[in-house]
Design a protein around this ligand. Structure first.
Ligand code: SF4
Length: 376
């Protein structure tokens, strides 16, 4: 269960309906990787049924003006995070670097491990990056006033609601993401609208922020973010093509695990934790000098976001979480492109707008600064 869920779960579906019924608003929606392998459960489907196409169709039926994929934001996150890791390795920067996609853990470090506040990557999380790009790049491309744009995130996570409200992640004076709803809240909206979800024909996401790779799909499960980062870091560091993109040593459901990835002579030691106690253990080992890692991934929820606090309830049934995880890996395999830096729409975004990954504009828009906070 999401560690912050009990404190912050508030239903925001009314806000979404209000935006959808406001003719002066242009409402853009994005959906996280973990949604597509779990939403079907709310409509009587087997756990692990992949409903990506029905999901896009259903969101259009609800009335969203544009239907996009947070997986695009995940691919951009990898461009930034892989570059940041390489930069830290080459310049003697702070190691290990913690992937910063899980707001529950970023918040935990701020309050519980303030001496380690320089460990998390400065990258904003994928849905926040997406929101920033929607209100800058996309708004500019489509000639829409960003003040009239409402970005809605459908997330497996309750902590993402609090994350979207953090001022240090906002852009100038306005939020990047205006409203966050969970998988369960989306299910409620679809039922309220009388949409026959299982009968919908598959549709695609809109473009230019709708293309994604297999690397982005695996963000939804434990070990996935770091595996996606390694697919890109390997090719950028070695200059060689990575033939087998599946880093099996980074996969699994053990709560605490470590693995080494060989970047042709440079061994990258990786630590992975999911679940509350395991994650604390990993950070304490690092603090005490017991664990020496170059990169770590921590997800607060067991299994990662597939087991998030906003997902359909699984009542502690690990088999359901495992089926969702298997579906995530099937989704990766079914993609024709499986490395983030090969996503043609991401390449275009950097060429047309951002410039270099981890460059000046990318840092301004897509990175942030975390600060130590009072211990609670
Ligand atoms: Fe949210 Fe995923 Fe972190 Fe759980 S693991 S708190 S769902 S970001």
């Amino acid at each position: 269960v999401c560690p912050t869920a009990a404190l912050t779960e508030v239903n925001h579906t009314r806000k979404v309906w209000k935006a959808l019924h406001n003719p002066d608003k242009y409402v853009v929606v994005q959906v996280a990787p973990a949604i597509r392998v779990a939403l079907g459960e709310l409509f009587g489907m087997e756990a692990g049924t992949i409903v990506t196409g029905k999901l896009a169709a259903a969101l259009r039926k609800l009335g969203f003006d544009q239907v996009y994929d947070t997986e695009f934001g995940a691919d951009v996150t990898i461009m930034e995070e892989a570059k940041e890791l390489i930069h830290r390795l080459e310049t003697g920067g702070r190691l290990p670097m913690l992937t910063s996609c899980c707001p529950a853990w970023v918040s935990f470090i701020e309050h519980q491990f303030p001496d380690m506040i320089d460990v998390p990557s400065t990258c904003k999380s994928p849905h926040i990056m997406f929101g920033t790009l929607a209100k800058t790049y996309l708004a500019e491309k489509m000639g829409i006033d960003p003040n009239k744009m409402v970005v809605v995130s459908v997330m497996p996570c309750v902590a993402k609601k609090a994350e979207a409200a953090r001022t240090e992640l906002s852009l100038d004076d306005h939020d990047n993401v205006d409203i966050v709803i969970t998988t369960r809240e989306l299910g409620d909206m679809l039922k309220e609208a009388g949409i026959d979800f299982d009968k919908l024909a598959d549709e695609d996401f809109d473009h230019p922020l709708g293309e994604s790779t297999g690397a982005a799909s695996i963000f939804g499960t434990t070990g996935g973010v770091i595996e996606a980062a390694m697919r890109t870091a390997y090719e950028w560091v070695t200059g060689e093509t990575l033939e087998n993109v599946e880093f099996q040593q980074l996969r699994g459901m053990e709560g605490l695990r470590e693995a080494t990835v060989d970047l042709k002579g440079q061994e990258i030691k990786i630590g992975i934790a999911h679940g509350l106690g395991n994650a604390r253990q990993l950070l304490e080992d690092i603090r005490n000098g017991k664990g020496e890692y170059h990169a770590i991934e921590i997800m607060a929820c067991p299994g990662g976001c597939i087991g998030g606090g906003g997902q359909p309830y699984h009542y502690g049934n690990d088999e359901i979480v495992k089926k969702r995880q298997q579906a995530i890996y099937r989704e990766d395999q079914r993609k024709s492109i499986r490395k983030s830096h090969e996503n043609p729409e991401v390449i275009k975004l950097y060429k047309e707008y951002l410039g270099e990954p981890y460059g000046e504009l990318a840092k301004k828009l897509l990175h942030t600064k975390f600060e130590a906070k009072e211990r609670i």
